[in-house]
Design a protein around this ligand. Structure first.
Ligand code: GLC
Length: 746
C-alpha cells in the first residue's frame, strides 16, 4: 500500500515537473530533445541496442573497429591514448551508418595524471570549493586526452572501515557526502557544458557501502526509511547538481540486486527525482544477477535490468546478445529501449560530442601536471591531513633542526602514496616526503627505511634506532600500501600491518622526538601507537604532491585543518560505530569497563547500557575531529529565535576566537538533534559547516544558517516532512564537543 501511494505521488510529480521543466536534470534543451527524437526515428533496433553496449578498450583499435562500424558500441572505457580515442571516434563518426560518436569513459576518481588525495582525504578538507577545483582540473587533464565520462564521484556512505572502498567515498555522513558530491559534479562537468566537460557518474546506487561485515560485494539490508534518510540524499543532491550519469551497485539490498531494482532506479531515481541522464551497470553487475540467484540466464537478467531502468550494460553483453530477441518475442517493448537510447543520446548531445568528437592530441600533454594543478593537489593534501596528536613537538622549527631521520615504509613510496584508483597517476611525478625533505633540508636528512613495506616483519631495528639517536628529530611515515584499500580489499584487522608498531616503539625508546605520519586508505586502529609518538598526522593517501604538503605541515608553513570524515575506532570490534547513531533505550555513558571489574564479580549485569565490556562504546576519535597548532574558542552561541516555523531559516550566531599564537583554520560544525519523532532520530546530525581562517588572537562573529526544511525526514508514515517539537543544536569543532542550545519547531 505504502509503495503504491508513493509511486502515484512520484508519477504525478514527474509529470508536473516534465511539463514545467525547461531543461532536463542533465541540462538538455527542447532543441536537443528534438535532435534526439529525429535521430532515434532513423535508428534500427540493432543500432539502438548498440548504443546500450559499453566495451572496455585498451587493446588495438582493430579489435573493436568492426563492432563500432556496425553500430554495436555506445561507449568505450579504459582508453586514454588521444590518438586511439580519435581513431575510435573516426570509425564511429565517419564509418558507421549514423555517425553517432562514442562516449569515452575512465575511472578518474581523484585526479587524472595529477593525483589528488583519495576522496576520503578530500572529504577531510571540509572544503567543497577546493574539491570542485580539483575535479575541474582532473576534467581538464582527462578531456584533453579524449575522456568525456568519469565513473566518479562515489557517494557510498561508509560506516565500517573494514570496507576497502571507504577510501573512495566521503565517509560516514550524509550531509558532508552530499556537499562533496555536488562539488565533484560541478567540477567534472563544469558549471556550463563545454569540450572540457566530463560527465560525472554518481555511484554506486545504492547502499553498497553498508556491506554486511564490511566485506566488499556483500549483501546489504537497508530499510526504505534508512535508504531515504541516510543513503539516498547525496545521490539526490548530485542529481540536482546536474549529474549526467549514475551507476548501479553490485550489492543486493534486502534481496534485490541494484541492477535489477526497479524501486530505487525506476520509481525513486526516475520517477521521484525525474533523473533523465544515463544509468550504467557496474562491471558485469548485470551478469552477476545470475550469480546472486536473481536471474536464470543472461537473457533473463538483461530483461530485468532494462525493466529496472538501466540504459547501458558494462561488460555483460546482455543487451547486445538478447534484447533484439526479447523485443521480437514481445517480452520487452521497443519503447523501453527507445527510452534508454534517449538517455544515452541526451548525454552525448549535452556534452557536445556530435559537434566535437575529436581531441587535439597534440595539445594533450601540455595540460597534464600543469603548475596550477600541482599546486591545487598540494593544497588539497595540506587541507586533508588531520592532526590527531601533538604534545607540542609540532610545528618543527626549520632553523633549529640540524639532523632529521626519515624512516618508515611510506617515506618514499611514490606509487602507494597515490592511493587506490589512481590508474593514470605516474609515480615518476610523485613527490614523496623523503624527496621533499631532502630538497628542503639538503645534507640534514638521513634516510633509513626500517621497513621496506608495511607488511614486512622484523625482529629488531638496530640500524634505525642507532640513526635515531644521532638525529634531532625522527619523522616516521607509516600506514598501508594502495593495494590494501579499494575495491575487493576489505580488512578484518585494522591495526598497522607488519612490524610498524614495533618500529614506532623502538624509535620512541631511542629517546628523540618522534613524529608519525600515517598514509592509509582508511582509518586504521592506531590507539596502541599513539603513546609511541609525540605527534601524529593522518594523511590518508595524499597523492602526487603529498611530500611537499606534509613537509609544509610538519614545519608549520601550513597549519593543519583537516577533520575526520569517518569515526576512528579503538578496535575493529567496535565496527560499525558512527556519530549519528540512534540514542537507543540504554545509551552508553562511559561506565564500567573490564579493568574495573573485580575478580569476584557476581552474575549481576554490568553497566546495563549499549557498550563493550572491554572497549566501551566511545571511539578513539569522533567524526569531525582534528587538532590545529593553535586553539579555537567558541562563545556566545545564540539562536535568532526560540520557536521556528517550517518555512523559517535557523540563524545561529557565535564568536570564534583564535586564542593561540599562530594563524589557523577551524571547521565550524553545526549539529542538530530532533528529540522526539514519529521514529527514533539520531543523537545528532551535521547540518552545516564552514571553514574559518583567523589570525593569532583574532575573534570573529559568525552566523551560520540551517533551513528548517533541512530537518525533514521520512517518518513513520513514509512521507518526508519536518515534525514539530523540541530540538537541540550544537556548534563546535567536532561531533563530540560543545553544549547544546534548544529550540522548537511549531
Ligand atoms: C569496478 C567498480 C566501479 C568502476 C567500474 C569500472 O568494478 O566497481 O566503481 O567504475 O568497475 O572500472
Amino acid at each position: 500500500m505504502k509503495h503504491s501511494r508513493i509511486l502515484i505521488l512520484a508519477v504525478l510529480a514527474a509529470v508536473v515537473s516534465c511539463q514545467g521543466r525547461k531543461t532536463t536534470t542533465v541540462g538538455s534543451t527542447p532543441e536537443t530533445e528534438q535532435r534526439i527524437e529525429r535521430l532515434l526515428s532513423r535508428m534500427t533496433l540493432a543500432e539502438k541496442i548498440g548504443q546500450m553496449n559499453q566495451l572496455s578498450g585498451g587493446g588495438d583499435v582493430a579489435n573493436y573497429a568492426e563492432a563500432i562500424r556496425n553500430g554495436q558500441v555506445g561507449s568505450i572505457l579504459n582508453e586514454v591514448d588521444p590518438q586511439k580515442v580519435n581513431e575510435f571516434q573516426r570509425i564511429s563518426v565517419e564509418e558507421s551508418r549514423l555517425g553517432i560518436p562514442l562516449l569515452i569513459a575512465r575511472d578518474v576518481i581523484h585526479g587524472f595524471h595529477t593525483v589528488f588525495p583519495i576522496p576520503l582525504g578530500l572529504a577531510a578538507t571540509f572544503d567543497p570549493d577546493l574539491v570542485e577545483q580539483g575535479a575541474r582540473m582532473a576534467a581538464l587533464e582527462a578531456t584533453a586526452q579524449g575522456v568525456r565520462w568519469t565513473f566518479s564521484p562515489m557517494l557510498d556512505i561508509a560506516r565500517d572501515p573494514r570496507w576497502g572502498r571507504i577510501a573512495e567515498g566521503s565517509g560516514e555522513d550524509t550531509y558532508l557526502d552530499a556537499r562533496m558530491a555536488e562539488a565533484m559534479v560541478y567540477g567534472y562537468q563544469g558549471r556550463q557544458p563545454d569540450t572540457t566537460s566530463m560527465a560525472a557518474c554518481i555511484k554506486h546506487f545504492v547502499g553498497y557501502g553498508a556491506a554486511e561485515g564490511g566485506r566488499d560485494y556483500n549483501s546489504t539490508f537497508l530499510t526504505e526509511r534508512q535508504l531515504r534518510n541516510v543513503y539516498l540524499p547525496p545521490f539526490q543532491a548530485a542529481v540536482e547538481a546536474g549529474a549526467m550519469t549514475l551507476m548501479t551497485s553490485f550489492n543486493d539490498n534486502d534481496g534485490v540486486p541494484s541492477t535489477g531494482n526497479t524501486f530505487v532506479v525506476k520509481d525513486i531515481l526516475r520517477g521521484e527525482w525525474g533523473f533523465d541522464g544515463l544509468v550504467v551497470t557496474d562491471w558485469n553487475s548485470m551478469g552477476e544477477m545470475i550469480v546472486h540467484g536473481f536471474g536464470t540466464d543472461r537473457k533473463d537478467v538483461a530483461r530485468k535490468a532494462l525493466e529496472a531502468g538501466v540504459d547501458m550494460d558494462m561488460m555483460t553483453y546482455g543487451f547486445l546478445s538478447h534484447l533484439e530477441e526479447l523485443v521480437k518475442t514481445g517480452a520487452v517493448k521497443e519503447a523501453a529501449i527507445d527510452d534508454a537510447v534517449r538517455n544515452i543520446l541526451r548525454v552525448k548531445f549535452v556534452l557536445g560530442l556530435f559537434e566535437h568528437p575529436y581531441v587535439d592530441a597534440g595539445k594533450a600533454a601540455a595540460v597534464q601536471y600543469a603548475p596550477d594543478h600541482l599546486a591545487a593537489a598540494q593544497r588539497s593534501a595540506e587541507e586533508s591531513a588531520i592532526l590527531l596528536k601533538n604534545d607540542g613537538v609540532l610545528p618543527l622549527k626549520a632553523d633549529a633542526v640540524r639532523s632529521i631521520l626519515v624512516t618508515g615504509p611510506m617515506a618514499d613510496a611514490p606509487h602507494d602514496q597515490l592511493g587506490t584508483w589512481a590508474f593514470d597517476g605516474e609515480k615518476s611525478h610523485t613527490v614523496t616526503p623523503l624527496k621533499a625533505l631532502q630538497e628542503r633540508f639538503p645534507g640534514k636528512v638521513t634516510y633509513v627505511p626500517g621497513l621496506r613495506y608495511s607488511r614486512e616483519k622484523r625482529d629488531s631495528f638496530q640500524d634505525v634506532v642507532a640513526a635515531a639517536r644521532r638525529a634531532d628529530v625522527v619523522l616516521v611515515f607509516l600506514g598501508e600500501e594502495a593495494i590494501l584499500s579499494g575495491e575487493a580489499h576489505a580488512l578484518a584487522d585494522l591495526n598497522m600491518k607488519g612490524s610498524q608498531s614495533e618500529l614506532l616503539a623502538a624509535l620512541k625508546a631511542a629517546g628523540k622526538p618522534v613524529v608519525a605520519t600515517v598514509m592509509a586508505g582508511r582509518p586504521l586502529t592506531i590507539e596502541r601507537d599513539l603513546p609511541n609518538c609525540n605527534a601524529m598526522l593522518y594523511a590518508f593517501h595524499p597523492g602526487t604532491m603529498g611530500g611537499p604538503a606534509l613537509t609544509n605541515l610538519l614545519f608549520g608553513d601550513v597549519n593543519p585543518s583537516g577533520k575526520t570524515p569517518i569515526t576512528f575506532l579503538r578496535t575493529v570490534g567496535q565496527a560499525p560505530l558512527y556519530y549519528s547513531h540512534n540514542m537507543t533505550g540504554r545509551p552508553y555513558n562511559g561506565e564500567t569497563l573490564l579493568d574495573d571489574i573485580g575478580m569476584e564479580a557476581g552474575q549481576t549485569s554490568l553497566g546495563n547500557t549499549s557498550y563493550y565490556l572491554d572497549y566501551g562504546a566511545y571511539p578513539l576519535f569522533p567524526f569531525g575531529y582534528g587538532l590545529s597548532y593553535t586553539q579555537f574558542a567558541y562563545s556566545g552561541i545564540t539562536l535568532d529565535k526560540a520557536v521556528y516555523g517550517p518555512e523559517d531559516e535557523i540563524r545561529v550566531s557565535l564568536t570564534l576566537a583564535n586564542t593561540g599564537d599562530c594563524d589557523g583554520t577551524e571547521v565550524v560544525q553545526v549539529y542538530i538533534r530532533d528529540l522526539v519523532g514519529s521514529i527514533t532520530r539520531p543523537v545528532k546530525e551535521l547540518k552545516a559547516f564552514q571553514r574559518v581562517t583567523l589570525k593569532a588572537g583574532e575573534s570573529r562573529n559568525l552566523t551560520l544558517t540551517v533551513p528548517v526544511s533541512d530537518l525533514a525526514f521520512y517518518g513513520l508514515d513514509g512521507v518526508k516532512k519536518v515534525e514539530s517539537g523540541d530540538f537541540q543544536l550544537w556548534v563546535a569543532g567536532d561531533s563530540a564537543s560543545g553544549d547544546p542550545v534548544s529550540f522548537q519547531v511549531e
